[in-house]
Every structure is written in C-alpha cells, then in structure tokens.
Design a protein around this ligand. Structure first.
Ligand code: NAP
Length: 128
C-alpha cells in the first residue's frame, strides 16, 4: 500500500486526493492547506485528514472549528510520496521540505520542468 500526501487542496489537489482514495493499492495520508475555507471543510467532510501548511496559521483552523491532524511536516514525514498541487512557485519552495524528509514528490504542473529529474504530460486526442 502506497501512502500518498497531497499538498495544496484546490482544483487539482481535490481531484488527486479523490483519485488516490479510489485506488486499491494507495492510501491517502492527508491533504494540506493554508486557510480554513470551504475546501478545508470539504476535506474534513470527506474524512481526509487535514494538515496546516503554515504553522502560524494553524490556530485559524481551530478558530473556524475545523479539526487539524497536524502540520504539513508530519504529513510529509508519514507519506511515501507527496503530490504538490500548490500554486506556481510554491511547489519549488516546498522542494526543500520534501528533500529534508527524503520523501519523493510529484509537482502537478505549476513548476518549471527543470525542478525535477523527470517531466511528463498526458495528451488525449479526440477524433470526431
Ligand atoms: N487547474 C488547472 O487546469 C491547471 C492546469 C495546469 C497547471 N496548473 C497548475 O497547478 C497548480 C495548482 O492549480 P489549481 O488550479 O489546483 O490551483 P488552486 O485551485 O488555486 O489550488 C491551489 C491550492 O493550494 C493551496 N495553497 C496555497 N498556498 C499553499 C501552500 N503554501 N501550501 C499548501 N497549499 C497551499 C490553496 O489554498 P489555500 O491557500 O486556502 O490553502 C489551494 O487550495 C498551479 O500552479 C497551476 O498553475 C493548473
């Protein structure tokens, strides 16, 4: 069973998390966000452990009544692999965090290709 963490729970991160949960050989360790907004509520409603991406903002989740599982460092430590779906530039900043815990990371399209050793994209053609 591969343990997956998702950093950034927006348009892409939500779909990645749902896809991970649908896999028989993966488990979702949790998702990380900076703000206790509707997306954070959605994560909790889905039963996805929610981690604070910025420690100083953790108390805002408490104030909003949204339960946290911990800080993003704990998520990265526990995960076998991280999927970074944060806004462009944030993923590059997060690389040192993933390296610190020796956790491999996938960056979902917002970063320059030279951030990583391997880059790929999937193209789908429709023939009408
Ligand atoms: N959507 C697309 O079709 C598409 C296509 C190609 C590439 N991309 C790229 O993929 C990346 C993500 O796109 P998206 O559409 O999913 O963006 P999005 O909907 O804005 O989601 C980004 C998420 O990251 C969170 N976030 C912000 N700062 C963070 C931090 N420091 N740590 C953890 N989470 C943080 C944001 O919310 P909080 O601040 O509330 O936590 C939000 O939940 C972007 O770089 C984008 O350029 C997107």
């Amino acid at each position: 069973m591969l343990s997956v963490g998702v950093n950034g729970y927006g348009t892409i991160g939500k779909r990645v998390a749902d896809a991970v949960v649908a896999q028989p050989d993966m488990e979702l360790v949790g998702v990380a966000k900076t703000r206790p907004n509707y997306e954070a509520e959605r994560a909790v409603k889905n039963g996805y452990p929610l981690y604070a991406a910025i420690e100083e903002r953790a108390e805002k989740f408490d104030a909003a009544g949204i339960e946290l599982a911990g800080l993003v460092e704990e998520l990265v430590d526990e995960a076998d692999v991280m999927v970074d779906a944060t806004p462009s530039g944030i993923g590059a900043e997060n690389k040192s965090l993933y390296d610190e815990y020796d956790t491999p990371a996938l960056y979902q399209g917002g970063e320059d290709a030279d951030l990583v050793d391997t880059s790929f994209n999937a193209v789908s053609y429709t023939h009408l």
